[in-house]
Design a protein around this ligand. Structure first.
Ligand SMILES: NC(=O)c1ccc[n+]([C@@H]2O[C@H](COP(=O)([O-])OP(=O)(O)OC[C@H]3O[C@@H](n4cnc5c(N)ncnc54)[C@H](O)[C@@H]3O)[C@@H](O)[C@H]2O)c1
Ligand SMILES: [Zn+2]
Ligand SMILES: [Zn+2]
Length: 458
């Protein structure tokens, strides 16, 4: 805008100069006639003709400059209009969203009001969303029973409007909203050892960073879900939680990188660094589990044992690289794993179910004595577990993780690059599609054994 405002100033100078020349011309060549004895006999016609010709050129230049001035003015006005339009975009929007009113209830499609973005925030018009296991938990009150609430933290959309202090994003950008930010300055960001930023944290409060919500229904506040709430036509969040998407990545694949799959994939090189030749067990072959399988394969683990309660889950898992599949039967998990590893147990065990409270002790006992590691990625409604710690004393490690340790601004682009280069097959994750109005169907599909990811179209 500043540059544009320089336009008329420069142009004014230009016009003033032309005006001065013009006046000088008039003074020297025409009005000087007044001092002469002005009669036809005194007029030198060739000179007058030349002078009029020059005058014509000056007038021509002057009119052109004026037109240019008008043209610039027109641009400024249209820019100014655009700014006004922007600020009119900074109005409350009424749109559709999916609300959970009470723990365990179906979602209801409601008309809500979405406030304009504040200073460093952006408002996104959602294009696609998908579900992760945590959305199911969210509808059941995880991690806190905050209702009414809009679930969803996987999705992609276009920036509709931006707050006045937003630096790196603009209207129309295709972006991925996220539940983790990365300031680069706080102790955790500086350490480079964690993706849990202090300034832009994983926010379980149901509110944005200033402690308020941008969504309401008939004046009643609606809670956000981890800064995102992607099951709404419009969402508002701080720009630090937003990642601009490389257009080479198919837009319908973007939601799949927002949480589950990337969590599993990232955990294999950020939470632990699987060595070539390792043995790996993956319990739960949904979005998270398949990400682990893909990561373990890329890390050249020699044995990747997939486990699930559904046999059908092995089909996709084979595409991503399991070497063995175990259908959880009456035998305990640790016995099954010991059987499959010559009694030793695995080097790495990834817990990727929504019932970690049931499986955690078995997971620890399934790992190799001395240096086996359990990585807990799964989350459940039961928040306190009883843990038998003796197996842990035998040199084993138990590690928890959010988003597989992936830093949204530093690490995620390299995963996106892998997807663009087709080193990761994201299209294999897509098993079902629904329109936004049928969002409850998406939750139903998730329970089916052949379902991995449901794409929700707005
Ligand atoms: N730590 C994180 O940052 C993070 C990120 C994403 C998801 N999660 C959590 O991870 C879990 C999995 O998420 P998802 O999106 O992959 O869900 P999902 O529903 O796609 O997959 C879960 C899988 O676990 C299987 N399963 C359920 N009970 C089992 C059991 N007792 N034994 C073996 N397999 C069993 C299911 O059949 C399914 O295949 C959820 O609890 C979710 O909340 C955590
Ligand atoms: Zn930080
Ligand atoms: Zn998730």
């Amino acid at each position: 805008m500043n540059l544009l405002y320089c336009g008329p100033i420069i142009n004014n100078i230009e016009i003033n100069i032309i005006w001065c020349i013009y006046m000088l011309f008039i003074k020297n060549h025409i009005f000087s006639c007044q001092n002469m004895n002005f009669s036809c006999q005194n007029i030198n016609f060739p000179t007058l003709y030349r002078d009029l010709h020059v005058l014509y050129i000056y007038i021509y230049i002057y009119i052109t400059a004026c037109l240019k001035q008008f043209y610039l003015l027109h641009i400024i006005i249209s820019r100014f209009d655009f700014t006004i339009m922007n600020s009119s975009n900074h109005r409350v929007i009424t749109c559709k969203c999916a609300v959970v009113w009470k723990s365990g209830e179906e979602l209801k499609i409601e008309e809500i009001e979405v406030d304009p973005p504040k200073s460093t925030e952006v408002r996104i018009k959602m294009i696609y969303a998908s579900l992760c296991g945590t959305d199911v938990l969210c509808c059941n009150g995880f991690p806190k029973p905050l209702f009414p609430r809009i679930p969803g933290h996987e999705g992609v959309g276009a920036i509709e409007s931006v707050g006045e202090s937003v630096k790196d994003l603009k209207e129309g950008d295709i972006v991925m909203p996220h539940f983790l930010g990365e300031c680069g300055d706080c102790p955790n960001c500086k350490s480079k050892r964690s993706n849990l930023c202090h300034k832009y944290p994983l926010n379980f409060s149901g509110l944005l960073l200033d402690g308020t919500s941008r969504m309401s229904i008939n004046g009643q506040k609606i809670y956000h879900h981890v800064s995102c709430s992607t099951l709404s036509e419009y969402i508002v969040l701080d720009e630090n939680y937003v990642i601009k998407v490389d257009p080479r990545l198919p837009i319908e694949h973007v939601p799949f990188l927002c949480c589950a799959f990337t969590t599993g994939f990232g955990a294999t090189w950020k939470d632990v660094n699987i060595e070539k030749g390792s043995t790996v067990a993956v319990l739960g072959l949904g979005g998270v589990g398949l990400g682990v399988v893909e990561g373990a394969r890329q890390k050249e683990a020699t044995k990747i044992i997939g486990m699930d309660i559904h046999e059908m889950k092995s089909e996709k898992a084979k595409i991503y690289g399991i070497t063995d599949f175990i259908n959880i039967s009456e035998k305990s998990i640790s016995e099954l794993i010991k059987d499959a590893t010559g009694g030793l147990g695995v080097d790495y065990f990834f817990e990727c179910t929504d019932v970690p409270q049931l499986t955690i002790n078995e997971a620890i006992q399934s790992t190799r004595m001395g240096y086996g590691t359990v990585i807990v990625l799964g989350a459940g409604l039961v928040l306190d577990w009883q843990m038998s710690y003796v197996p842990l004393m035998f040199g084993r490690t138990l590690k928890g993780s959010i988003y597989g340790g992936i830093r949204t601004h530093t690490d995620l682009p390299s995963i996106i690059d892998k997807c663009i280069r087709k080193e990761i097959k994201l299209d294999e994750l897509l098993t079902h599609e629904v329109s936004f109005n049928d969002v409850n169907k998406a939750f139903e599909y998730l329970k089916e054994p052949n379902c991995v990811k449901v794409l929700i179209k707005f």
